[in-house]
Design a protein around this ligand. Sequence first.
Ligand code: GLU
Ligand code: MG
Length: 450
Amino acid sequence: MEAAERDERRLSARHEAARLAAEGVRAVAISWVDNAGVSRVKTVPTSRLPQAAHRGVGMSPVFDVYTSDDAVATSPHIGGPDGDLRLLPDLERLTILAAQPGWAWAPADRYDQNGLPYPACQRQFARRMVRLAEAQGLEMRMGFETEWVVLKDDGTEGHAGRGPAYGLTRVAELSDYLLAVHDTLAAQGIEVLQLHPEYSPGQFEVSTVPADPVRAADELVLVRESVRAVSLAHGLRAAFAPVVVARQVGNGCHLHLSLRQNGRNLHRDPTAAHGLAATANIFLGAVLDAMPALCAIGAPSPASYLRLIPSHWAGVHRCWGIENREAALRLVLGEPDDLEGGHAELKPFDAAANPYLLVGSVIAVGLQGLDDGGPALPAPVSGDPAGRGDQERLPTSLGEALTHFERSGTLRAALGEALYGAVLAVRRAEAEALAEHSPEALAEATRWRW
Ligand code: GLU
Ligand code: MG
């Protein structure tokens, strides 16, 4: 980062710090997401935001090989006690936290001490991939769904609310709480599409409007921390883990995406089947093809595979279908007269994923497909693929997903050696550490990590 750019950042941070202070904000949380999907943070007093924006805040690179249980792995390029990185808050995403009075938050990009982009910075990886797509005239809109289970914060961890799945009863039971989630997100400028009770006891979901991929990842982080804070303020705890109670339907973190090219919505081609222009068809075909490897990024915990079971709406077969909620890729056609409509939903992913790694990886494999000229999407599948017996099952363990990941030259090249090595080290360490756990012990061990 050039000196002039740093100076400019310091100047705008001075304005921002004054604005925040006038609103009673006394501290800023500057966070980033590690390879195990855990948001890690440094906080600074609001008065030091200009320094943080100028030179960054120090943090060890060793966190890139932290596992979700805070153990430390080692990788070829990253690990050990030496070195330091600078967390630079993205001032454009600086947000006053409505449910944490006195606090603001900003996501960080990570740089080295010479001001050079850190090669293993996941957020910059995502941005790099977005720019690669843009260089081909391709614009992507993405959005995550956040699912969570509300438990009592009274030591019993009993479910809050007893109402049925998708039941209006749950809204009555947790009326103030759910309204506070709505209010908090609105106050933070996050536009909610819908918030509703989900299938499992105490489970809810919120989805937000699509945005550019990096922003979508930022918003996922912010939504989750907001739900967490609102929950705690109501004497509740929000569990986002892939599986909260073993053998129950888990928490997904589905990724929705749509494509445009040179101002054209690629989901509204009147000459193409399902309106899917050839470019979108190939992009999505390549994503579906790479889904087993993508599971190592989007379903990154051994606990992810407790959730990925057939007939649980988690999309565990490598197929796609129109509005098929059991396919890994659900194509949503939208209203025919909505010229902006149409998108795809990738269902196997969960909240243990680092959202920046995930959006960047999805773009990387999609772009590779376009380079290679395929594969396009195969024939769509209707009905539950579990009942058909002819559809490929996605990995059933993290180890299996890793085998596919290690075969993906595309992901390795896109991530770069340092980031690739760190991701692999973290996955292997988690797979090994949790290998002997029963489903119950695995759910218990991971319940509160994200
Ligand atoms: N909870 C389901 C999952 O594990 C998803 C339900 C839905 O389709 O939103 O992915
Ligand atoms: Mg859902």
